[in-house]
Design a protein around this ligand. Structure first.
Ligand code: SAM
Length: 232
């Protein structure tokens, strides 16, 4: 199951680059073998290998299997973390069904510029394995203050605060619909930031329990609770 960048349609399609390497060298694809392709625009298609070369192959795209899905309307707004942890977070956000990942720069953020290409490739791999037909969006990094100033009406901001709040599941059941989850960096939010977030009209401070979770664990736990609360 492979992601392709350009919109799919029935007919021949040439595949090269890393995707071709994977199909030819790893999967040992031969003419006649099937492969599922998806494109983040139309949906998922069945294709069959027609010609297999050393570095590229041509497949015949035939039938649309599933149209692009409607993704649950949840953003994950998270301070960029150190390399391994942010990669894990991007992968899990995609698997758990997040619609958009928003890197948020806070006072204690250690990593100012997440490597967006690397994050995207982790999300593509996760989407390939978890059968998503739509990729999560990856927003430009935004400073916390600017994000709060421009916060859109009608989208609840669940602010995960280890200092306490309403039990996350209760809060999420009480506020269904479009939402975002905000997770702090390794060092947590400062008191000023906490106040600013709590002052946001749509903000709801939530607790994920009495233990201080790592930021990536907190993100996965909060997203899972939101998906359960919203039936997604
Ligand atoms: N030092 C650890 C690390 O390296 O990841 C813990 C960081 S914790 C302060 C990071 C963020 O996770 C917090 O800002 C908060 O958003 C979230 N968090 C952690 N535990 C939580 C809890 N029990 N309830 C709500 N949010 C929590």
């Amino acid at each position: 199951r492979l992601f392709v960048e350009s919109p799919l349609a029935a007919g021949p399609l040439r595949i090269d680059g890393p995707a071709a390497h994977y199909l030819i060298a790893v999967m040992r694809m031969a003419p006649g073998d099937p492969v599922k392709l998806f494109d983040d625009t139309t949906g998922e298609w069945l294709a069959t290998a027609a010609q297999v070369g050393k570095r590229d192959l041509v497949v015949d795209v035939s039938t649309m299997l599933r149209p692009r899905e409607a993704v649950p309307d949840l953003w994950l707004c998270a301070a960029p973390l150190k390399k391994g942890r942010v990669d894990w977070l991007a992968e899990k956000a995609c698997e758990l069904g997040v619609d958009r990942l928003v890197p948020v720069i806070t006072q204690r953020t250690i990593v100012d510029r997440p490597k967006t290409e690397r994050l995207r490739s982790h999300m593509v791999e996760a989407a390939e394995q978890c059968a998503r037909t739509a990729l999560p969006g990856l927003a430009e990094p935004v400073k916390l203050g600017a994000m709060l100033r421009d916060w859109p009406d009608g989208r609840t901001l669940f602010f995960a605060d280890e200092a306490g709040g309403v039990a996350a599941l209760d809060a999420m059941l009480a506020h269904p619909g479009p939402a975002a989850i905000l997770i702090g960096p390794e060092g947590g939010f400062t008191d000023d930031e906490r106040q600013a977030i709590r002052a946001c009209d749509q903000g709801v401070a939530v607790s994920l329990g009495p233990r201080i979770l790592r930021a990536d664990t907190a993100a996965a736990a909060a997203v899972s609770l939101w998906m359960a609360a919203n039936g997604d």
